[in-house]
Design a protein around this ligand. Structure first.
Ligand code: AMP
Length: 274
């Protein structure tokens, strides 16, 4: 009666195990699992009959070799967490197999989306869209669960990949730690003090968003806040922008807006949105 979690390492393993499943929930991850990932997994278990979690650090989406080699890995711990959560399948493919088939048409990000993270991380989203296209085609899930923490990623995957298939994207709220910092695998690269500081920055921007007035001074308010953050917290801010949730434009009168932030704290890049 206790169904064992199956670890699938090849496309064949995957096909064999999942081809008859109609209501499959898919949670793509790069491992080093934390409560953010776990909230996605719990949502999938609630909504779908079967849940598949992928653990794959996709080299194609790293614009820096160093960032890729430094990316935290914890496979033994991850598998234990997943066993305890009683998910059905873990998919851990090799790069060689997953990228074996060459693309006929290269993935191109339209210029209007070369904003926010796409601007400073060249090729990043093309890599994300490539792997997500391969995964969704192969796995054929009913729902794919993704976090709002990576809002631009969620937006682009929804726009360019998941609609090609029957799959629907299920957006999940950002999970935060006790300091209010958004959980991220990269947080393990920070010291205790840096974690506290990053939490303060998140709180500061959460309040800023609440008080933000949308008028012709908006651009100035954002610029002043950006400078204030850099000075007060001694971090390098990459961007601080308010954008429309539906299309990511900055023409945002009265529409639902989100405040997007990316910054470096001792060379570790953190992102968040409010
Ligand atoms: P990653 O392993 O960082 O590629 O993330 C895998 C999935 O977990 C993505 O859909 C992320 O948006 C999501 N995720 C990461 N951090 C959080 C968080 N703090 N809260 C909710 N979802 C998250």
């Amino acid at each position: 009666y206790l169904l064992q979690m199956k670890i699938l390492r090849t496309k064949n393993d995957l096909k064999e195990a999942t081809n008859k499943i109609k209501n499959l929930g898919f949670v793509p991850t790069m491992g080093s699992l934390h409560n953010g990932h776990i909230s996605l997994i719990k949502k999938s278990k609630l909504i779908c009959n079967r849940t598949l979690v992928s653990i794959y650090v996709n080299p194609k989406q790293f614009n820096s070799k160093k960032d890729f080699s430094k990316y935290p890995k914890n496979i033994t711990r991850d598998l234990n967490i997943l066993k305890k959560l009683r998910i059905n399948f873990v998919f851990t493919p090799s790069t060689k197999e997953i990228y074996k088939e060459k693309r006929i048409k290269k993935i191109v990000l339209p210029n209007k989306y070369k904003i926010l993270c796409a601007k400073s991380r060249k090729g990043h989203f093309e890599g994300v869209l490539d792997i997500m296209d391969r995964f969704i085609k192969l796995i054929n899930p009913k729902y794919t669960f993704m976090g709002e923490k990576d809002f631009q990623q969620l937006f682009l995957v929804n726009k360019f990949i998941s609609k090609k298939y029957k799959n629907k994207i299920f957006p999940c709220k950002t999970v935060r730690d006790k300091n209010f910092l958004a959980l991220s695998s990269r947080n393990s690269l920070l010291s205790k003090n840096q974690l506290a500081k990053a939490g303060q920055i998140a709180k500061c921007l959460f309040n800023f968003k609440l008080s933000l007035k949308i008028n012709n001074q908006l651009y100035n308010y954002l610029l002043i806040k950006k400078k204030e953050l850099q000075k007060k917290f001694n971090v390098k801010v990459d961007y601080l922008e308010l954008r429309n949730e539906k299309n990511l434009t900055t023409l945002n009168k009265k529409k639902k807006n989100r405040l997007f932030l990316a910054y470096y704290i001792n060379k570790v890049r953190l992102i968040d949105n409010f």
